[in-house]
Ligand binder design. Sequence first.
Ligand code: NAD
Length: 425
Amino acid sequence: MLYNPYESARAQFDKVAETINLDPGARALLRTPMKEFHFTIPVKMDDGSSQVFQAYRINHNDARGPAKGGIRFHPHETADTVRALAMWMTWKCACVDIPLGGGKGGIVCDPRTMSLGEQERMCRGYVRQAFKQIGPNIDVPAPDVMSNNQHMLWMMDEYETIAGGSYPGVITGKPVGAGGSLGRTEATGYGLVYVLKELLEAEKIDIKGTTASIQGFGNVADYAARMYTDLGGTVIAISCFDMADQTAYTYRKKSGCDIMELVSIKDSFGSINKEKALALGYELLPGDAWLAEEVDILMPCALESQLTPESFQNVSKRVRIIAEGANGPTTPDCDPLIKERGILMLPDFLVNAGGVTCSYFEQVQCNMNYFWSREEVLSKLEYSMVKAFHAVYNLAKERNVYMRDAAYMIAIERVSGAVKRRGWI
Ligand code: NAD
């Protein structure tokens, strides 16, 4: 069955809106993005030909502050994926209580097959087309899947060239030394582990005896795996995409993966070198084998719609926690099965909010033109993530609800409150 992430995002929202008896005006407003911009970017390719890329910038809601969200580069990007991601950004910013709204962008492209020059021209073209839709007080993009800090810097440079001034707050996830914040690269993965650690402590589980299996080895998964293993956890398996074979593989070492060893043999898109991994003694399994590992914790950190009623049948009975590093990795029809089995769900827009929280810190630092130390950034990040976790965890206990529903209750109350106070409904 093919899942549409926008339908999933709306189904999750509708369910909680019904539970909290949200009034019809707020319900109608919040289940649809408020602004959508669809455009094309013509790019001169290195061989002299021209290629036209479909692109999007979508704002779901900006009642709590300027819209915020990444720009994803992916050959299968769709308007509905961007709509869902923009919606989740609204709930994410509200859940960690930062004064920003939800936005997202995307370009239908595959940067893995493009030269750096082609990528630069595409990034600059995105900003030329979306110039009036973005801005430090309107909508602030950031990196997402397959987009990185160099792309963000080209985009900022194009924006400043058109605007004729310095606007470092127009985009986040920039390189350190060029308006970027220390700690941003590791923020999402570390944020996941800050929350996971709190959950384990609350449930009186020692992290040192736990094992995990991870989907993805890009920005989120890489840093989550580093911190989790630094704290004593053991990663048994990691699944990622292989460009040459156009398929995913799971790399497994039952005695525990050496994360820094795998980092040394992966590329900038989060693909592990198969031959080198085999030489280092890793087993090579099918891409979806990560889901079936006998571990305590699953960390889906790659794609949407990975945990479905069908794939969930393969999830080991040993799994006690799912920490959703990716956006939307679980489909709404799988949630009841996860709940029934008593698995503790750390929902995406809580657990992966470290990236946007640190992006917010980057904006603040850019606006002050004063940059904090890495320790200061990470301690503020940990404080925000831990506070958000306890609010969700306590509400879930208090009302005996699934943690995803508790996170939605908090986020929807905050956003609908802002919408009402502004007099929009
Ligand atoms: P990335 O591009 O750095 O890495 C993506 C990873 O997924 C790569 O390792 C890739 O090989 C792997 N992958 C792709 N297809 C796969 C498949 N079929 N099977 C297994 N692995 C596959 O992306 P990222 O920034 O790490 O983002 C991952 C997820 O986290 C996305 O859902 C993104 O929206 C979300 N997210 C990212 C951030 C951030 O700050 N980067 C913040 C919040 C949420």
